[in-house]
Design a protein around this ligand. Structure first.
Ligand SMILES: [Zn+2]
Length: 196
C-alpha cells in the first residue's frame, strides 16, 4: 500500500477471511517490520489470538465479513486524495465512468464516527451497500473484494479517481454522468468486475 502511494506510515490495515474469522494486520507496527507471525487471527466474535494486538479497526473488518458473505479481503487506507475528499464530507460522484468499478453510480462517503467504534462500523457497512468501496469522513477509505489482490487493486483505483476528481475540482465542479449512462457502464462492467 505504501509503495503504491495509497497509504503512508503505519495507518491503514488489511485483512483476509479464513474459516471462522479473519487474519488482520497488527496494531501500531510499521508494515516494513511486520513479520508473518505478527498477523493476528480474530474470530467471528471478535476474540483475537496472536503475539500482537489486532488493528484498532478490527471491528469493521469483522462486521463487513458478517454482512457480505462474498467478500474475502478488506483494504483500509488513509490514501491522501481519497482522504482529502473525505475530509470535505464528499464522496466521489459519477464524474468519470470508472466510478462504476466500485459497483454503482457513486462512491459514498460514510459520516464521521470515532475510529474503532461500532458506530463507525455501522456507518461504513451502510455506505458500502451495493458497493465494494466507500470513503470514511475525516478518516480514509475502505475497499473490499473477493481476494487481497482485488481489494488492493480497487483501493488504487479509488485513490486514482479521487485524485482526478480533486484535480477537476480545482477548475470547477465537473459535470456528472447521468443514471442511464452509468447503467450502461455498470452493465458492461459485470463481467469485468467478476474477473478481478
Ligand atoms: Zn483508519
Amino acid at each position: 500500500m505504501n509503495e503504491l502511494g495509497i497509504n503512508r506510515g503505519k495507518s491503514g490495515n488489511v485483512s483476509a477471511r479464513i474459516d471462522g474469522g479473519f487474519l488482520v494486520t497488527p496494531s501500531a507496527l510499521p508494515y516494513a517490520e511486520t513479520a508473518p507471525d505478527d498477523i493476528v487471527k480474530v474470530d467471528n466474535d471478535g476474540n483475537a489470538t496472536g503475539r500482537c494486538a489486532p488493528s484498532s479497526e478490527w471491528r469493521f473488518h469483522r462486521d463487513i465479513y458478517a454482512a457480505r458473505q462474498e467478500i474475502m479481503a478488506i483494504v483500509h487506507t488513509h490514501a491522501p486524495f481519497a482522504t482529502t475528499l473525505a475530509c470535505l464530507d464528499r464522496g466521489i460522484p459519477a464524474f468519470h465512468y470508472m466510478v462504476a468499478v466500485a459497483g454503482g453510480s457513486d462512491i459514498r462517503c460514510a459520516p464521521y464516527a470515532t475510529f474503532g467504534t461500532q458506530a463507525l462500523s455501522d456507518l461504513a457497512i451502510h455506505a458500502l451497500g451495493g458497493r465494494t468501496a466507500c470513503l470514511l469522513a475525516h478518516h480514509g477509505m475502505i475497499a473490499i473484494g473477493q481476494s487481497l489482490k482485488a481489494a488492493l487493486a480497487l483501493a488504487v483505483e479509488v485513490e486514482t479517481l479521487a485524485e482526478m476528481y480533486w484535480r477537476a475540482l480545482q477548475i470547477e465542479e465537473p459535470r456528472v454522468l447521468d443514471e442511464s449512462e452509468m447503467r450502461a457502464v455498470l452493465g458492461k462492467f459485470d463481467g469485468y468486475r467478476n474477473a478481478w
